[in-house]
Design a protein around this ligand. Structure first.
Ligand code: AHR
Length: 497
């Protein structure tokens, strides 16, 4: 058995965790909305057509913010199509996913749904085919109380109170040639800045996210981010970053995705700080990782001009769930700068929750690590000094074999420790030292592992890949010796006694 050590000290707090780091994303894509969260004819639907079985699965994930309505979809979307009497709403071609959009679900339905899902909205405006003026009208429709054309229209539509959405994204992935009306860095920077001015005039209390690079692989990364920030630095609060991973035949590289994500985050941080220095600004630009996940994009089958087609319905394996755990450790360990992050996405399209249009809900393997970290990784994050082996990966070079995360919530006196063991062949004996938090009693120990890394959940075997509860170590204290099975994800919870 291999040996490793992790040392955490109460004096080494990295950051308080913004709960919006556990956000997610609902796009008009495939069956995310229609036959996903919204299906009036489903037996579990409430009077507004929202599926209760899906709402329950989302509530257990404890997702504090949900990005909407896209994604690529937003860059060709006219939000005015989705308001007013449903029978009068137009059916349109959606250029992003080559689907039919009948607009039965729009911004008001989203606001109602978000309240029922116990979450808040992160609203993206169309900076592809859309204009800054149309974005301003949407903010007026949503956030102004009354007495103007668009706020009174909202009232006419049955919404007396403003929705008061607090976070707005200035477009989506405008660096991508796949985007409806993609822009060069300078074109986007100018359009984003002018839109930012209008949105903040409409509601100075909102926060704005500018589009950063849509991935590390873009030829314009990271100069895109620099150009955008040079134009928008004092007008926006966050720069976005997006990152997806998929298994391409090399398990070690895939399991080390957490290491690559860390590198990406650090490059964007450095780029933002370069612009800060250039501008002699006191403002620290925060990061919004508003799309991240495992996504088998190469397997995606786009069906032309169908309504609610089953696209990007990835069936996530044990290995995908382990990778998700690793990615979560990186995201939260960067909570000093990553204030918001959105698991992309939430239902059906590249999502942990899958629905059957006629039947129930299936939780894919990736549901579980997200649920654990979102529910228990709260409070503050602490620096982990980890002494472990390194692995040589084909894609990302040398990477640590373990990915760890320690959070402590001073209010509840609860600590959570998460660890991914990427070793394909060996268990690891971990000596865990949790110094100066007081005597800690282990209150829960869960492990996600298995012999078959490609095992998945299905409607016939929904609990094939789920964490198992193991016996806690009895003694209270600050040192614990734990065996981490090969290729496993472990959550330990402690309480100060
Ligand atoms: O989340 C799926 C898609 O991935 C989004 O629409 C887009 O922004 C990204 O390329």
């Amino acid at each position: 058995m291999k040996k490793a050590k992790c040392i955490v000290n109460q004096h080494f707090k990295l950051a308080d965790i913004d709960e919006r780091i556990y956000g997610s994303f609902i796009e008009h894509m495939g069956r995310a909305v229609y036959t996903g969260i919204y299906q009036p004819e489903h037996h579990s639907a409430d009077e507004q057509g929202f599926r209760q079985d899906v709402l329950e699965a989302i509530q257990s994930l404890n997702v504090p913010i949900v990005r909407y309505p896209g994604g690529n979809f937003v860059s060709g979307y006219d939000w005015q199509d989705g308001i007013g009497p449903k029978s009068e709403r137009p059916t349109r071609l959606d250029y992003a996913w080559l689907s039919i959009e009948n607009n039965q679900f729009g911004i008001n339905e989203f606001a109602d749904w978000a309240a029922k899902a116990h979450t808040q909205g992160m609203i993206a405006v169309n900076l592809g085919s859309g204009t800054p003026q149309q974005a301003g009208y949407l903010a007026e429709y949503c956030n102004i109380d009354k007495g103007t054309y668009w706020s009174d229209k909202r009232r006419e539509h049955g919404y007396e109170q403003p929705h008061n959405f607090k976070v707005w994204c200035l477009g989506n992935e405008m660096d991508g040639p796949w985007q409806t009306c993609a822009l060069s860095a300078q074109e986007y920077a100018n359009k984003a800045r002018e839109t930012a001015k209008i949105l903040k005039w409409v509601d100075p209390s909102i926060e704005l996210v500018a589009c950063g690079s849509s991935s590390k692989e873009m030829a314009t990364f990271p100069s895109w981010d620099r150009t955008v920030l040079e134009a928008c630095y004092e007008h926006v609060d966050y720069i976005s970053l997006h990152r997806y991973y998929e298994y391409e035949g090399d398990k070690l590289s895939f399991l080390a995705a957490f290491h690559d994500l860390n590198d990406f985050i650090h490059t964007i941080k450095a780029t933002a700080d370069y612009v800060k220095a250039e501008k002699r600004s006191d403002k620290v630009m925060m990061l919004s990782l508003d799309e991240w996940n495992v996504w088998y994009i190469k397997h995606m089958d786009t069906k032309r001009w169908q309504w609610a087609p089953a696209i990007a319905e990835d069936v996530y394996s044990l290995m995908d769930a382990l990778v998700m755990g690793g990615l979560l450790t990186t995201i939260v360990n960067n909570a000093d700068r990553v204030k918001m992050a959105c698991l992309a996405q939430l239902v059906n399209a590249l999502a942990p929750i899958h629905t059957s249009a006629e039947g129930g809900v299936l939780k894919h393997a990736t549901y579980y690590p997200f649920m654990q970290v979102s529910n228990y990784g709260r409070g503050s994050v602490y620096k982990n000094i980890v002494l472990c082996d390194e692995v040589q990966t084909e894609k990302y070079g040398a990477a640590p074999q373990l990915a760890t995360l320690t959070t402590f919530d001073a209010d509840s006196g609860e600590m959570a420790f998460f660890v991914l063991n990427t070793d394909l062949d060996h268990d690891v004996e971990l000596e865990l030292r949790l110094e100066e938090f007081g005597a800690l009693k282990m209150i829960e120990r869960q492990v996600l592992t298995g012999d078959d890394l490609f095992a998945v959940n299905s409607f016939d075997a929904p609990n094939n890949v789920v964490p198992t509860t193991q016996e806690c170590i009895e003694h209270a204290g600050s040192q614990f010796s734990i065996t981490l099975p090969k290729t496993s994800w472990t959550m330990l919870r402690f309480r100060v006694v």
